[in-house]
Design a protein. Sequence first.
Lengths: 332, 290
Amino acid sequence: MSRRFIVFVAGFVALVTLPYWMPGVYYLNVSSQILYYAVFALGLNILAGYGGLVSLGHAGLFGIAAYAIGYMLQAGYGHPVAILTALVGGMASMALYAVLSLRATGIGFIMITLALGQIIWGLAYRWISITGGDNGINLHGRPHPFGFAINSPVAFYYTTLVVFLLALASVAVFVRSPLGAALMGTRDQPRRMTALGYHVWAIRFWACMFSGLLTAISGVLFVYYTQFISPQALDLTASAEVLLMVISGGAGTLFGPIVGAALVIVVKSVVSGFIERWNMLLGAIFVVIVILMPEGLVPGTTRLWRLARRKAGARASRKTELEAASKAEAKP
Amino acid sequence: MTFWLLLTVNSITFGGLLFLLAAGFSLIFGLMRIPNLTHGSLFMLGAYFGATFAGGMLAITFNFWIAVLMATILVAIFGTVIERFLLRQLPGQQMAQVLVTLGISFIVADFCLMVWGGDPVRVDTPESLTGFIRYGPLVFPHYRLAVIVIAAVATVALWLLLDRTRLGAMIRAGVDDPDMARVVGIRVSQLFTIVFALGAGLAAFAGIIGAPILSVYPGLDQDMLPLALVVVILGGSGSLLGSFVGSIIIGFIYNFGQALLPELSYFVLFLPMLVVLIVRPQGLFGRFVP
């Protein structure tokens, strides 16, 4: 526990001091991207990891929040109204998603959410009078929360960091709460949970709403970061990418989605500067992860680490035994 | 009137292509319970391979139909490799299956971009089918009619395979109750390979047959996969009849939607699927609820 605490504090300090040691604004911006995608992945992990409900349509919700901001700002409303609309819109869409897709679990859930995501993508792409079609919507300026301008990369980074830490804390609390435990129960033993008197559907529904809230928040951060929203942000690839962040990092773990988000964003925006075929590399990384550690990077590495330590421990104890034995032999 | 009739022919052509694509998806899904998210990539790969063999990109230019055959076989082999070496290792692990099939589709998409570039590749219609049929004011390209015939023949062949042969009976048994099928001595895991190869081959076949109409371009995989998915949800997984009816319905909705309601074309495309999910979750002809 204490070692975990040290790692946690070290990570926190590293994140807070990041603008001071990160070389260059470019890498600071990449860090902001990782953080808001991590919020997205944390949100999806609630469903895919803790609820066993794999959604391939979450980019649609993300996109609805982003488009809501763009549309409201264009219509002349202020930032607070726009953000509120985005969050309410994202949650309302999630409620609709949940009502339709919670009729199924497993592969059925994947397919229904995928189709719903495609509907939203199709609307964004074709309903040009609202969304601007392929041209998207441009934003002008970022909000000033509590009179604090977040136009500079450093200020935006800290805003994202605060939101990210709040999201992480809320997920940590959720997982330890009775609702979180019940959600994991519905993932592992839905029939037993029903027999115990739990309302499985309602538990899943509220998990969906929490997931939808985090997704909408990350959509808001995304659109304020890029100042631009187009259908590309919510196509199937986008949904797949965030799901891959969750699964590759480790679904159903607190830190897995964050590691996954860092992996995908680093390959996408940093490695792609050096390797032209970065998409192939990303695909190959996913396949290798499945082969070597199908449970994901974080649990997989923990498992290998424990195994290595146990082996090293066994070797060390054998060594001391041998030494003791040789000493005992040497004595007489 | 002319407009409607042309739209109808186009819808049936597109429905036929969709059926070839979706039948394999439906069988794989029905038998192995795997959401094969590489299916769009297999379609695209088949189209690109066929374009390469038929379009004179190699030293020899093959006859279109020989190119179709070669592309189909190549992709079927690729499908077998995926099934044998990757999916076989992950029975029942949904997340890992999603991760690996998406990973492969990323690799295939980037491979295609690397080899064939970002510009659309045009595939010429085979010379014997370049003509038109004129019927009053109507003009029907031979090729589109030929696609309908090919899809119809493939439908009948698939139906015969599934309904009249021993292999078909084993596959149907595997779809309905895999455990019981194992108990009575059917080697279900061997069926997995056969069905996956068959599905991959069919997708590639659809890709190259459709190439002269749709042309081949990066992103074709992302365009086709959701369509296959909608067909399977609408028609019901594991059912050939379901895939057939679903494909024709989606073929019509796709073409009429594009022509009449361009702004909402994707919305109307996915709407019937939602209605079916609410009213009849197993799909119109489905054998089980996924």
